[in-house]
Every structure is written in structure tokens, then in C-alpha cells.
Design a protein around this ligand. Structure first.
Ligand SMILES: [Zn+2]
Length: 316
């Protein structure tokens, strides 16, 4: 195949996705066992407070402010011992801390909003959303990996939250990032979109699935596309990635070139799967589709895959 999937972008494609705006300097080489303690002693420390998949937000001047001081966090039962140091911003250390107050019991001026809504509704700026993704993934990992997976002893947080150490068998455990392949099968004229059973009404998106142990990204893209749609892929190319804190994935977005045309959708996984021609996709991206069909919203990596293909096909 000789066509180009898209022209070289001026900006790195991953910079367009949601959660990509994290500006924190992680200073990973300086992480020590007293990093959290030292950071909390700094009066400039800023905290993100999280509880059961929700971020606490202060109502301020008609907007939302996600940043709390260490003292300010105390009435919200912030568990500073279980906080993690995300790194440093221009104004000082940045931490993510689990908070104890039930979202229903919060004062009028503070709301606890689930991460997905915070991101979808653009309630905080891109840098804060990126920090939220980092903190949410780390806190979720600690919450679900409390005990040593080798001997069952309760492990202890180390390195500012970037490690757990088992005091009994000395095994070190490191935060997980689970890779997910998300892929758009494309020709010059059309692309393959599917509809999951839990999707919002009218939404079609790129296919996706977890990358398995022992698999390359490309092999996972080919396997998932064949399993879900019955389409065999030839060439696969990487496009962009997205941190995805549900709970701690990395979405890896790719384009694939189909070798056959006849779709055999796995109807256990998908409600529908079909080819979409460019004009129809452009109307879905613009929210002007006559049948009310839509792509995922801006910020989603699927949107960015679909947009990059639709624009490149248009320009070629
Ligand atoms: Zn152990």
C-alpha cells in the first residue's frame, strides 16, 4: 500500500488528548522515603484530595479550584500518611491525598465530582487534569495493592508513593500501568467504528482491548480487530497515547490497514460495527449527523484518531 495515513503533524499527537497537560516535574531520581513528609512541611505544598474515584473541588468565583493546602485539608479528614508526592510545580510540591469525608457530608462550598465528569466537562485546567490522572492512578494502585503479593504481609509505602516495600520478605512492588490498544482501521475512503453496549446513545468509537503479556502493540491491535470485527490487518502504525486513570491504564492509539472488507462483529462485545465513509464521519465529528450519530468527545484519544484520519483523508 502506498498511500499515506496522514501528514506529519506539527504538534506531537499525544499533546491533543485529555490528561496530557501534566506539567509536574516528577524529579523521579530524587524520590526518598521521607519525600512526602518533607513536601507536606513546605507551606507552599498543594494537595489534590480524592475519595472513591472522585476529586474534591472548591467552588470559587463561579469556577472550580482543585487545590488544597495541607491545613485546609484537615477538616476533610485527609489521610496525609497515605498521600503520594506527584512532584513539583513552579509554586511548590504537589501531592495527591485520600480524603475521608463522605461526599454527601461535604460543606456547601466543596463538591466531590467523579474523575470522568471532571475531565469531560472541563472543570479544571489541562495541567490540573493531568495531575489528577497521575494522582488517581497512584492512589488506586495503593488501595488495591495493600498487601505483598508474594507473602501476604501488609506492605509499606516508600519513595514518595512510587514503591511499596514488604517488611517481611523485602519484595519491592512498583505502580502498575496497564496498556490498552485502541485502534482505528482505515482506508483512504472509510474507517471502522463500533458501538459498545454501554455507550451513550448514538456514539460510535474506535475498537479497543487490553494488550496481553508477551504481545507487541501491533500484534494486540491485529488480534483485537480480528476478534471484535473479523477484519485482518496488515500494517499497523502508532499515532498517540493517553494516560487513562480508570484505574491506571495507558491508551495506545494506532491506525491499521485492513486486508479484508467483510465485517463479522463479535456481538457479545459490540452492539454494532460497520464501515463509515469520510463525509459521515465528518458530520459525526461536527455533531451534525442527520441520524444523531456521534464520535467520542474531544479529548478522548478515539476522537483524536478519528479526527486525524478524517482531516488527512480530506487533505490528500
Ligand atoms: Zn512479602
Amino acid at each position: 500500500m502506498s498511500f499515506r495515513l496522514f501528514d506529519a503533524p506539527l504538534r506531537e499527537p499525544s499533546q491533543f488528548v485529555g490528561f496530557a497537560g501534566n506539567m509536574i516535574d516528577r524529579q523521579s531520581e530524587n524520590r526518598a522515603d521521607d519525600s512526602v513528609e518533607k513536601a507536606l512541611a513546605d507551606p507552599a505544598a498543594r494537595l489534590l484530595l480524592m475519595h472513591g474515584g472522585r476529586l474534591y473541588l472548591k467552588l470559587r468565583d463561579g469556577g472550580f479550584d482543585p487545590w488544597f493546602g495541607a491545613e485546609e485539608s484537615q477538616p476533610l479528614q485527609a489521610s496525609l500518611d497515605h498521600g503520594v508526592l506527584l512532584g513539583f510545580s513552579d509554586s511548590g510540591p504537589v501531592l495527591a491525598v485520600p480524603a475521608g469525608v463522605d461526599p454527601e457530608q461535604l460543606p456547601e462550598t466543596i463538591k466531590a465530582i467523579d474523575y470522568r465528569s471532571v475531565y469531560m466537562q472541563g472543570l479544571i485546567d489541562e495541567a490540573a487534569a493531568g495531575a489528577m490522572a497521575q494522582g488517581a492512578a497512584l492512589l488506586a494502585w495503593h488501595a488495591s495493592h495493600r498487601f505483598c503479593s508474594k507473602c501476604g504481609t501488609e506492605a509499606e509505602m516508600r519513595a514518595g508513593g512510587y514503591k511499596r516495600l514488604c517488611p517481611a520478605c523485602a519484595t519491592e512492588h512498583f505502580p502498575r500501568t496497564d496498556p490498552v490498544a485502541i485502534m482505528l482501521t482505515v482506508t483512504r475512503e472509510k474507517c471502522l467504528l463500533g458501538r459498545g453496549r454501554h455507550f451513550a446513545p448514538g456514539m460510535y468509537s474506535a475498537l479497543a482491548g487490553f494488550i496481553e503479556p508477551g504481545e507487541t502493540i501491533e500484534a494486540a491491535v491485529r488480534r483485537e480487530t480480528l476478534e471484535e470485527a473479523g477484519i485482518r490487518l496488515g500494517r499497523v502504525v502508532y499515532h498517540a497515547s493517553q494516560p487513562w486513570p480508570f484505574p491506571y491504564s495507558l491508551m495506545i492509539g494506532c491506525f491499521g490497514e485492513p486486508l479484508n472488507d467483510d465485517i463479522q462483529a463479535d456481538l457479545n462485545e459490540l452492539e454494532d460495527c460497520r464501515w463509515f465513509f469520510r463525509d459521515e464521519v465528518l458530520s459525526m465529528l461536527a455533531r451534525q449527523h442527520p441520524g444523531g450519530l456521534v464520535t467520542p468527545p474531544k479529548g478522548a484519544i478515539a476522537y483524536n484518531l478519528i479526527r486525524a484520519w478524517a482531516d488527512s483523508a480530506q487533505n490528500s
